[in-house]
Design a protein around this ligand. Structure first.
Ligand code: UT7
Length: 340
């Protein structure tokens, strides 16, 4: 979109560009065969139903902030930007080290002392929501340089004895740098929520009544492991994801034919294939690294994108159709031209 068009709408003075990417994963690998030793499953079942072959697991000695900072540092290097020049860090995560927020720890680790930093929680839609949120600050001229990180360690919250969920998730982090630009390379986006469907996928706090003073009780306890109605979430994903991509394309004034790369949240290869088919986007334009990392929640989009950029597949000028979806339930799409 031309800046003049933005000014005409009265919503901003400048555009945004994504200028660098980075990612990080823990060293520990758990493959399907190893999981089949602890729950009743098989490599054949997992691979054929999901496309997943292995996943990475964050050790208890490491923090999510470590992983997020590593990914962020690599994105800054790729963009040629110093941490001190960052104005804002948005960390999309549902598995914070600290419920008060983890982004400030990432800020400290990076030495981005000028930047304000906050967490944004929207499960597997978190990265797309963070991208759209950050763009508002840059478009309005408030901030110039933003680091957007998606990082999750669902290994902390998965019931490792539940074969319906434990085979799906892995840990990781991915990041992009967003900078002020003459033209706006966020061509369109659309974000949606439906709390009526919340019970299909959640990680809820379960409080036991605890007396505070006579006649006043609070609920204290821990979070219960991830529960998911897989079939319902699958149905939701294969209808809502193509829909939201089409909506974002419409806002961009583009059709699916213009898309160079479909960069979807990596939940299940069957969902990627079904969405691509509905959008009439050929399989060779669909990025996937599910086999290596499984579902890394908010990290999955920037993780697969960074891999494709470093492999030289995604190039400056390419049109990316991104979409995240998951708990909330929430879903969102963004159409971006990579680079300045
Ligand atoms: O990131 C958030 C978004 N999440 C998603 O998008 C996940 C969406 N859902 C899915 O990807 C799929 O629903 C799953 C991969 C989770 C499950 O695949 P499915 O084809 O929907 O399987 P199902 O739940 O219908 O289960 C089929 C059978 C059942 O056995 P019965 O009842 O037919 O005898 C399950 O008990 O497979 C059984 N099963 C397993 N068998 C071996 C479930 N999990 C496993 C397992 N290994 N790990």
């Amino acid at each position: 979109m031309e800046i003049t068009a933005l000014e005409g709408l009265g919503i901003g003075l400048t555009g945004i560009a994504l200028t660098g990417s980075g990612s990080a994963v823990p060293d520990q690998v758990v493959d399907n065969e190893a999981l089949a030793q602890v729950v009743e499953t098989s490599d054949e079942w997992i691979a054929s139903r999901t496309g997943i072959r292995q996943r990475r697991i964050l050790p208890p000695t490491a923090t999510l902030a470590d992983l997020a900072a590593q990914a962020g540092d690599r994105a800054l290097q790729a963009a040629g930007l110093a941490a001190i020049d960052l104005d804002l860090i948005v960390l999309a995560t549902s598995t914070a080290d600290d419920l008060f927020g983890t982004a400030a720890q990432v800020q400290a680790k990076l030495g981005a002392s000028r930047a304000v930093a906050f967490d944004l929680t929207a499960a597997c839609s978190g990265f797309v929501f963070a991208l759209a949120t950050a763009a508002q600050f840059v478009r309005t001229g408030v901030y110039q340089n933003v680091l957007i990180i998606g990082a999750d360690a669902l290994s902390r919250w998965v019931d490792w004895s539940d074969r319906r969920t434990c085979i799906l998730f892995g840990d990781g982090a991915g990041a992009v740098v967003m900078q002020q630009n003459d033209t706006d390379q966020l061509l369109g986006f659309e974000m949606r929520s439906d709390g009526q469907l919340n019970s299909h996928l959640n990680l809820v706090h379960q409080g036991e009544p605890r007396s505070v003073v006579p006649d006043v009780t609070c609920g204290q306890g821990n979070y219960t492991p991830v529960t998911m109605n897989g079939q319902e979430v699958y149905r939701f994903a294969v209808t809502r994801v193509p829909e939201v991509v089409e909506k974002a394309l419409f806002r961009a004034g583009l059709t699916a034919e213009a898309v160079d790369w479909l960069v979807l949240h990596q939940a299940n290869q069957r969902i990627l294939d079904a969405a691509a088919t509905r959008l009439k986007i050929p399989g060779e334009k669909v990025l996937s690294n599910l086999g290596q990392y499984g579902n890394t929640s908010a990290a999955s989009i920037p993780l697969v994108l960074d891999e494709a950029i470093r492999q030289g597949r995604v190039k400056s000028g390419d049109i990316l159709a991104m979409a995240g979806f998951g708990a909330g339930l929430s879903w969102g799409g963004a159409i971006v031209r990579w680079g300045r």
